[in-house]
Design a protein around this ligand. Structure first.
Ligand SMILES: Cc1cc2nc3c(=O)[nH]c(=O)nc-3n(C[C@H](O)[C@H](O)[C@H](O)COP(=O)(O)OP(=O)(O)OC[C@H]3O[C@@H](n4cnc5c(N)ncnc54)[C@H](O)[C@@H]3O)c2cc1C
Length: 504
């Protein structure tokens, strides 16, 4: 029998990973991607001499032996075209938070140093701080079971026993909304600090796991950033014989007798295959490509009730200055509330100064980005459509406002800026198709994190869904793991021995 043909929609990290693992397991795959680049939201763009990175700040598995590192090895994600390993940056400080009273909280990577810092800020919370630091150290040891295909029952038991304390801590914080976590401090300063990082309805694990992994240097920043990371996975996939069709927007999933049999592109072309995998936006897959015909009550509820990750107004500044004296990541407090024309209000904006990545700017210069989260994604799409001139003017105005804020904080900043770039939720929608411009799918609320969404379209045979719309909370590692798990599932169905590593 010939090889089974699998058609994959989307060349984000999930789609590329699925392609790579399926190719090495004897499937014939083709990826159809609407954009002209791989990576999806794991991306960056070049303006003048500067690269503005949109995505990766910390990546689980950058340390050997911590779980996801196996996947990065298998996918060739942290190796350039010459086979040289990607340099990993582990920061002394995860980030910094400015408070309303002018004080600054340093979120140190090292848990003991973090403890000292929190005690400095809030001596009245000593008992809780010590208990949090103990929990962080336990969370740091949480291993995510990744390559479990050859596990015997005894391996499972050993894993569960070995990780039970860490998992109990994990469950405690998964269930605890950030608002409750932040509200538990006596110190108004700590309440303010924790409240300004992520929304209060989100699970506190989404902050604490990232922080915990810094303590053991298991989630660093891959130098070069998001796009080289995606290109590395793409290169390995192509070397395995995979094919990617760029600028190929999928409009429909073709169905016969409740079985997915192919796809139709927006130019009318139809392509047929044995399995269809959507690694694209979840809403488009279910409600547009399949016209809402295959919605289980659980999935319908998720799309109707779950809140989403925000979209972003994202600014890039090319600064002709060495800014290595500035913190690499800081949540800036604004003395005056910043009100965007989409009515979102901001007391903090998040600044990243990429002095630690020499690949993003010429020597002596620095790429700087500002992320402003907004949930009003569709405002920007509608404005760009209705009044492109106003859309452009509003973008320039925001850039000017933000530049003035930065110049106030860091005198001399503005005069050194030689490149300005601003993207909006409309940009995210145009280039990645993500629903409302959300940049990580469903938000990491306790309810969403405790829901296991299906990895197939219920009621439709041979149609699979992977990526951040099936994994609330999103992230690069879960997207890559999804691709691997899909290949394992198809191998099992087709009675094949799954291969993770490949040999040419
Ligand atoms: C600002 C920002 C910061 C982040 N920081 C981190 C971080 O520090 N660490 C971390 O682990 N994660 C981070 N993430 C999250 C992470 O990048 C994503 O969750 C992950 O990359 C999602 O991958 P995906 O393949 O599931 O989806 P996507 O990246 O959305 O890929 C989907 C692909 O499908 C394509 N597509 C959509 N519709 C169609 C169609 N109709 N036809 C053909 N193709 C289509 C899109 O163009 C896209 O390429 C961040 C994301 C953002 C935006």
């Amino acid at each position: 029998m010939g090889k089974k043909k699998v058609l994959i929609i989307g060349a984000g990290i999930a789609g590329l990973s699925a392609g790579s693992y399926l190719q090495r397991n004897g499937y014939d795959t083709e990826i159809f991607e609407a954009h002209y680049l791989p990576g999806g939201v794991c991306t960056a763009w070049k303006r003048g001499d500067y690269i503005f990175d949109y995505c990766v700040h910390w990546l689980m598995g950058t340390k050997q032996g911590t779980g996801f590192d196996t996947i990065w090895d298998e996918l060739g994600a942290l190796k350039n075209e010459k086979g040289e390993p990607t340099k990993i940056c582990n920061f002394e400080e995860f980030s910094r938070i400015e408070l309303a009273d002018g004080d600054t909280v340093h979120l140190y990577a090292d848990a003991d140093k973090l403890q000292e810092e929190l005690l400095r800020i809030a001596p009245e919370d000593e008992k809780n701080i010590r208990s949090l630091i103990k929990d962080l150290k336990k969370l740091a040891m949480v291993e995510i079971p990744v390559t479990t295909e050859n596990w015997k029952l005894s391996d499972r038991i050993r894993f569960m026993v070995g990780n039970s304390t860490a998992f109990l801590k994990m469950i405690k914080y998964v269930r605890m909304p950030l608002g409750k976590f932040a509200g538990g401090w006596k110190s108004p300063k700590l309440q303010e600090a924790f409240n300004c990082i992520i929304p209060s309805s989100w699970s506190s694990i989404s902050l604490l796991l990232g922080l915990a992994k810094q303590h053991v240097k298991a989630a660093g920043y891959p130098v070069g950033g998001s796009l080289p990371f995606a290109h590395n996975i793409e290169r390995e996939y192509l070397a395995l014989g995979g094919k990617i069709h760029y600028s190929s927007m999928v409009e429909k999933i073709l169905v016969k007798d409740d079985r997915a049999v192919g796809i139709k592109l927006n130019n009318g072309e139809e392509i047929f295959g044995d399995d269809i995998v959507s690694a694209a936006d979840g809403y488009s897959t279910l409600y547009k490509m399949l016209d809402g015909r295959y919605l289980s009550p659980q999935v319908k509820k998720a799309y109707e009730d779950f809140s989403l990750f925000p979209s972003s107004v994202y600014l890039g500044f090319g600064v002709a200055k060495d800014l290595s004296d500035l913190p690499h990541a800081i949540n800036l407090h604004l003395s005056e509330t910043l009100i965007l024309p989409d009515d979102s209000q901001h007391q903090h904006i998040s600044l990243n100064v990429y002095h630690f990545d020499p690949t993003l700017a010429p020597t002596g210069k620095t790429s700087v980005t500002v992320l402003i989260n907004t949930w009003n994604g569709d405002y920007w799409k509608d404005l760009a459509k209705k009044d492109p001139k106003a859309y452009k003017e509003i973008k320039s105005q925001i850039a000017e406002n933000v530049l003035n804020i930065l110049d106030d904080k860091f005198p001399g900043f503005k005069s050194a800026v030689e490149v300005i770039n601003i993207s909006t939720p409309h940009t995210v929608q145009r280039y990645t198709g993500n629903w409302h411009g959300s940049y990580e799918g469903f938000a990491a609320t306790p309810a969403a994190l405790m829901t296991k969404l299906p990895k197939e379209v219920i009621g439709l045979k041979n149609c699979h869904m992977i990526g951040h719309w099936t994994e609330p909370g999103g992230g690069i590692p879960p997207a890559a793991l999804d691709g691997r798990n899909l290949a394992r599932k198809l191998c099992k169905r087709d009675s094949k021995q799954f291969i993770g590593q490949h040999t040419y």
